[in-house]
Design a binder for this molecule. Sequence first.
Ligand code: ATP
Ligand code: MG
Length: 570
Amino acid sequence: MRQQLFFSPTMREVPQGADIPSHQLMLRAGLIRQTASGIYSYLPLGCKVLRKVEQIIREEMDRAGGQELLMPAIQPAELWEESGRLDDYGPELMRLKDRHERDFVLGATHEEVITSLVRDEVTSYKKLPMNLYQIQTKYRDERRPRFGVLRSREFIMKDAYSFDTDKDGLDKNYKAMYEAYTNIFKRCGLDFRAVKADAGAIGGKGGTHEFMVLSDVGEDTIAYSDASDYAANIEIADLPDMYEKAEAPFENIQEIDTPEMKTIEDLTTGLNTKSSSLLKSVLFLVDEKPVLIVCRGDHEINEIKVANAFEADNVALADEEDIRRIMGTEAGFIGPVNAPEEVTIACDYAVKSVKEGICGANLVDKHYQNVHPDRDFKVETYGDFRLVQEGDPSPDGKGTIQFAKGIEVGHVFKLGTKYSEALSAVYLDENGRSQPIIMGCYGIGVSRTIAAIVEQHHDDNGLIWPKAVAPFDLHLLVLNPKQEEQYELGEALYEKLKNEGYDVLYDDRKERAGVKFKDSDLFGLPVRIACGKKAGEGIVEVKTRRDGSMKEVHVDDLPSYLASLEKELF
Ligand code: ATP
Ligand code: MG
């Protein structure tokens, strides 16, 4: 491609409103332009990267037994009514009407469409298992679209859906997708972790993993072991029972005045004590029933663990009014001692280790001290109810937990029969009995993956593409096209390199050399070949973008030199 005519508008300055490197660089290098908030056009350079990433995804999905199809972005609202998600999905779902006032939605995901497709076409176990995928545009009216294509309102996703007759089949499909994702993100040059995640709102009680690209700009926190490959979203990282039961204190429980001391901080300062001596009590409504969760003052309660421990569909934090009604006191002073009968008291494992505890007395401005669990209040159950912290032991018994920020680029999910039951997608088994199809779903944010690649591969001067996803293989520059020897060598090399199968961006513009070098660094193609002063001798300068190494090479030696670089560029 001749750069003279190439539609790749660059920007020298950091664009306003772009806060993270990938957003800045994708704008500056002319990969994307914003059309509306969270809605982007991909310019030719960005489009080439998109196609490369898509191609890697296609190859790995096909290798894993996937079949590509393409479903519509516009979906009838009735399908979402059938699955129950028309209301559940909330304002993120974009809704519209056609000229006949019929309701439609713009697909945020395609479980409904694919399940109805398969329901209508697949009736026998003989047609299963099956794995169908597409690469297609999705719409989510995100509350805060930000960071360019990292969190946008229109974006490209690869979504795959598996259909099986039994759980073993689902496990097999899940494993194949997990491996395909590992290959895809490796080929994209990403440093990532597959982390255990929470099943959340998509439903289904099976396993789920998120593929997280390690990056400081990530919105998720990963807990990982420093001595094994254990990694989980902090939301679900388990903690073992590692606490010894403390001996009962000599002193009896005693009421103390704690005026206006409502928070852990107020109490540690006001009573001059450590937060690990405090018993923090939080009232939840677990499927409407009051449950008081008690943890140590230096720990945080994890709502997801509460929901999982009680196998609850709905866990809500009690509000001030609930607290008054159930506990008969104000928030900030509730506690497990003398709590009403109907309240279940569940303690985090760490509470066992508290010796002379301090907890709310269920009276305004009062706490108890010298509290000992089991002696002074009845513990219904001890369990793992808190968030992990850095320094906690890894659940697999190897090493300690560290935190890292991650960008979720992919998600694999065992759905089970949630959608097949809601939409009556059944098949006849070998005995002629009707059974719901067992499903899995597997998503990759294609646009987000590109932003994640940029986050991990750039420097102050611009992009540094891993070879597999670079928009071009080589950047050929003629430093002074008015100089005949340079121009002729440039033109000849351009033709020759193209014939050798390289995809070449050829800077034939009448710009100063300095401008060309700057743009070349900004574009970040793996190798730059500059025809300059030594063109007459047939010598060009070859620079690799990643390590900045430069070498003068005679054009006759160029093919072998480029071949030798090939291996290092990934
Ligand atoms: P997030 O928690 O980041 O909102 P999600 O859990 O809603 O993501 P999924 O429903 O699992 O996302 O969608 C599959 C993939 O689509 C995600 O792993 C992510 O890479 C991508 N994705 C989701 N929302 C967006 C968005 N607004 N912009 C770009 N990519 C997105
Ligand atoms: Mg997700």
